[in-house]
Design a protein around this ligand. Structure first.
Ligand code: MLT
Length: 257
C-alpha cells in the first residue's frame, strides 16, 4: 500500500502487527529501507515515509528544521491512528527520531538510533554545510553526492552498493537537499534528551562509520538508560545498505526481545 494525502508525507506501508516507522538518511529517501521493510513486515506493520523535500514527498515544501520533520512524522501517526510506534532512524532519520524523543516521548514505544549523533555540528561542520549548500545551489546534487560518497560508505563497499547510493541520492531535488543541509546545520545538541529516554533503545553503528563514529554511538548507548549497542562489522555510515544481513539480524534480535 502506498499513500499520500494533500498536505502529508508520501509513505509506503507493509505488514501487520506493532507499528514500526523507519526514517531515512540524507540525502536519500524511503527506498533505502526496502530490504528492512520486506523482512520486518513479516512481524510488524512497517511504515516508511519519504521526508518532505525527498523522494515522492519532493513536491511538498521542504522543512527547514528537524523539529518540523518530527511534526510531520507525528501527523502521519495521527493520520494512521497510531498512538505509539517503534521508531527507527538512520543518521538524519536518527536526528529526527531524537527530536521526537524530546517532544513526543509518549508516542514512542521503542527506539532504533542507527549511525546517528546526539552532538550538534561543530563550527567546522557548520562551515562545511554552508559550502555544501553553495555547491548544490550552483552545481546541483550530483557533485555533493560524489563528495559525500567516501564518508557515506566504507572502503569495503561494493560497486553495486556505491551505484545504489548514487542512484538514490542523485535523484533528490536541489531544494530538498539544501533545506535538509540547513536543518542539520542548525540542529540542537540532543545530549540532554538521552537520559530522559525511558524506552528500550537499540543503538546501531557501522564499525567504520566516518560521520557518526563508533565512539559517539557508544556514548549515546551509555547515555540512554535502557539502551544496547550493536556494531555492524565492516560497514560504514550507511550500515544497512552496506551490510543488510547484519543490520537486519541486530534489528530483529532487538524487536523480538
Ligand atoms: C545522513 O546520513 O543522514 C547525513 O550524512 C547526516 C549528516 O550529514 O550529518
Amino acid at each position: 500500500m502506498s499513500e499520500r494525502h494533500p498536505e502529508g508525507l508520501h509513505f509506503v506501508e507493509e505488514g501487520r502487527g506493532e507499528p514500526l516507522v523507519l526514517l531515512h538518511a540524507f540525502p536519500l529517501d524511503g527506498e533505502m529501507w526496502d530490504a528492512e521493510k520486506k523482512e520486518l513486515a513479516r512481524s510488524h506493520r512497517v511504515i516508511v515515509p519519504d521526508l518532505r523535500g525527498f523522494g515522492k514527498s519532493e513536491s511538498l515544501e521542504p522543512r527547514r528544521s528537524l523539529d518540523d520533520h518530527a511534526d510531520d512524522v507525528v501527523r502521519l501517526l495521527d493520520r494512521l491512528k497510531i498512538e505509539r510506534a517503534t521508531l527507527g532512524g538512520l543518521s538524519m532519520g536518527g536526528y529526527i527520531a531524537l527530536a521526537l524523543a524530546r517532544r513526543y516521548a509518549a508516542r514512542l514505544s521503542r527506539l532504533i538510533l542507527a549511525d546517528t549523533r546526539s552532538l550538534p555540528d561543530s563550527a567546522d561542520g557548520k562551515k562545511g554545510r554552508n559550502e555544501s549548500i553553495a555547491l548544490v545551489a550552483s552545481e546541483g546534487v550530483a557533485p555533493l553526492v560524489e563528495r559525500l560518497l567516501p564518508k557515506l560508505l566504507s572502503a569495503n563497499a561494493t560497486d553495486p552498493v556505491k551505484e545504489r547510493v548514487r542512484a538514490l541520492a542523485g535523484r533528490q531535488s536541489q531544494a530538498g537537499v539544501i533545506a535538509a543541509l540547513a536543518a542539520m546545520r542548525d540542529r540542537p545538541d540532543s545530549g540532554d534528551v538521552l537520559p530522559r529516554i525511558a524506552i528500550p533503545t537499540l543503538v546501531i553503528v557501522g564499525e567504520h562509520d566516518a560521520i557518526s563514529p563508533l565512539a559517539e554511538a557508544r556514548a549515546i548507548a551509555s547515555g540512554i538508560p535502557k539502551a544496547q549497542l550493536a556494531v555492524i562489522e565492516g560497514a560504514g555510515h550507511l550500515a544497512n545498505l552496506e551490510s543488510s544481513a547484519r543490520f537486519l539480524a541486530a534489528t530483529r534480535r532487538f524487536l523480538d526481545a
